[in-house]
Design a protein around this ligand. Structure first.
Ligand code: SF4
Ligand code: SF4
Length: 95
């Protein structure tokens, strides 16, 4: 069996990140085909969902290219600013 190849890390912080709204995702995998950095994975969906597979974005590797949002046939991907998706934790305050 072939060994899994580690996916290379992103080189710089993107301005935007893609967010998949799982409630609208059909698991069609179209976004996976278009993603240039292979950072979208098909995972098991929540039990109450009608479909049993949904896609999720690896926020550590998404470069914010917008291709998945453009080509999702179900229009269930939106782009948000990096800070909206991954807000910085507030700085520690000295006591
Ligand atoms: S293209 Fe859209 S509907 Fe299809 S798997 Fe991706 S997010 Fe889900
Ligand atoms: S925005 Fe681009 S890099 Fe990010 S998940 Fe979508 S296709 Fe992949």
């Amino acid at each position: 069996m072939a060994e899994a190849v580690a996916k290379p890390p992103r080189k710089k912080k993107p301005k935007q990140l893609a967010v998949i709204h799982v409630e609208g995702c059909t698991g069609c995998e179209a976004c996976i085909v278009f993603c240039p950095v292979d950072c979208i994975d098909l995972v098991k969906g929540p039990k109450h969902m009608e479909v049993d597979k949904v896609c999720v974005v690896d926020y550590d590797r998404c470069i914010g290219c917008t291709l998945c949002a453009k080509y999702c046939p179900w229009e269930t991907i939106d782009m948000y600013t990096y800070e909206d998706v991954l807000p910085e934790p507030p700085p520690a305050v000295a006591q």
